[in-house]
Design a protein around this ligand. Structure first.
Ligand code: TRP
Length: 444
């Protein structure tokens, strides 16, 4: 019943929802620590290359699989390739969605704890920031409470439906997020000494290149664009027939990269400007890893006048970004259960929420479980998903369907060279890169 299925109502809604999925903890929690580790500007250059050559083609493909089938992740493969085993790629995607939510929701919970600590003034009284974060990490019950609250909040938007829940929330939250980020970036670059941070971000320094920078950037690009598990297939299934797939993928990728780089513009100038010994700040950032957001950054905010305001804005921003991403993850998994089984949308939402909470409880108790979920999704499950999705569109999907989807039934014009390049990338280049990440994951 393709014609009866819901679609997003507006063009802005389409972009907002997809950007909402892409922009998340990945941009603000992961990207800066990866950038520090990867040598700053060099990492960013490689990252942008990965977005152009691998991210955008794969995103277009996911949108295509979704819209051509108008079905959930597994149903999509089932419809486009009936009687084959491709549906397992969709099922793997659903499992991946669970695995990602299983650790992601815990970090989402932390953002709420830190909003609370900022607003209540607790954070401005802290003197030992690593201990403040350790206190949280060694308190599973507190983490669980906030993780549950975040999961229920996500479920609330899923229950409100595709238009009223997903699309509307993204249309409201994404502009706020951009505004807050620009305010913070303006504050950061006007700090004295900010220029060193900007140099680190934008001036390539070849002495910092690591041989693995390409693979790290690729994995990050992939996670950040929400590719490889079917989030974008699911959202693509809600696009109407006039939504331009290539243009939308380009817009989403640009905005996602812009947010990641702006997050860098907030974090690095702040770190360089306010650090007691700027000489070692990069090492500290690398050593701090993703924890940097919850340790280094509040510590730095505390040295600025009006610290409460800045940290409240920052953690609120982080929570907004995270929420639109958890909504997309939960939607992909919920839609699968709802469409592939005789279970109502409401019941499947509750089922998924319960499953996520169970994984979240384990992740809160055990950091090795948390890391296991994080690594197995980023290093194995997503690259496998991406590998097969690109092979599916490049080799298996009827070329007529591919062209009809790309050109919206010949209403959009693309040169033959463009179409050939797209297919070439999907057939050979993207799968090779996915395989490389996978092998690199095994080796590491
Ligand atoms: N892209 C989001 C982020 O950067 C996380 C995310 C949402 C995701 N959906 C996904 C990652 C699907 C991989 C696959 O935080």
């Amino acid at each position: 019943m393709p014609e009866k299925r819901v679609t997003f109502a507006s063009k802005i809604g389409v972009v907002a929802a997809a950007v909402g999925s892409a922009v998340g903890l990945g941009n603000i929690w992961r990207f800066p620590s990866q950038t520090a580790d990867g040598g700053g500007a060099i990492f960013i250059l490689v990252y942008i290359g990965c977005i152009l050559f691998f991210g955008i083609p794969l995103m277009v493909s996911e949108f295509m699989v979704g819209r051509a089938s108008r079905a959930n992740t597994a149903g999509a493969f089932h419809k486009l390739a009936p009687g084959t085993q491709w549906k397992w790629i969709g099922r793997l995607g659903v499992l991946t969605g669970f695995v990602i939510m299983g650790f992601y929701m815990v970090v989402c919970g932390w953002t709420f704890v830190f909003i609370f600590q900022s607003v209540s003034g607790h954070l401005s009284g802290v003197s030992d920031f690593p201990a403040n974060f350790m206190d949280l990490q060694s308190n599973p019950v507190k983490q669980i409470v906030w993780m549950v609250i975040f999961s229920l909040l996500t479920a609330f938007f899923i229950l409100s439906g595709v238009k009223k829940g997903i699309e509307r929330s993204a249309k409201v939250m994404m502009p706020i997020l951009f505004l807050l980020l620009i305010i913070l970036a303006a504050r950061a670059i006007t700090l004295q000494g900010a220029v060193h941070g900007l140099n680190f971000l934008f001036k390539p320094d070849l002495s910092h290149v690591k041989p693995t920078v390409f693979l790290d950037a690729m994995g990050q690009a992939f996670f950040s664009l929400s590719l490889g598990m079917g989030c974008m297939i699911t959202y693509g299934s809600y696009f109407n027939n006039r939504t331009p797939l290539v243009k939308t993928a380009v817009q989403v990728s640009l905005l996602d990269s812009l947010v990641a780089i702006l997050a860098g513009v907030v974090i690095f100038p702040t770190a360089f400007a306010l650090s007691a010994n700027p000489g070692t700040i990069v090492d500290e950032l690398v050593a701090g890893g993703p924890g940097l957001l919850f340790i280094t950054l509040p510590e730095l905010f505390n040295q600025m006048p009006g610290s409460m305001v800045w940290s409240t804005i920052f953690f609120f921003l982080l929570a907004l970004a995270a929420l639109t991403s958890t909504i997309s993850l939960m939607e992909a998994v919920t839609l699968y259960i709802h469409e592939e089984h005789p279970i109502s949308r409401k019941k499947s939402t509750l089922l998924v929420t319960a499953g996520v909470i169970i994984l979240g409880v384990f992740s809160s108790y055990s950091s090795s479980f948390f890391n296991f979920l994080d690594l197995s999704s980023a290093k194995f499950m997503l690259p496998i998903g991406g590998f097969f999705i690109s092979l599916f569109v490049g080799w298996h999907l009827d070329r007529k369907v591919v062209y009809a989807q790309l050109t919206n039934d010949r209403t959009l014009k693309f040169g033959m060279g463009f179409l050939r390049t797209y297919i070439f990338l999907l057939r050979y280049v993207v799968p090779t890169a996915m395989l490389a990440i996978f092998i690199y994951g095994l080796a590491g």
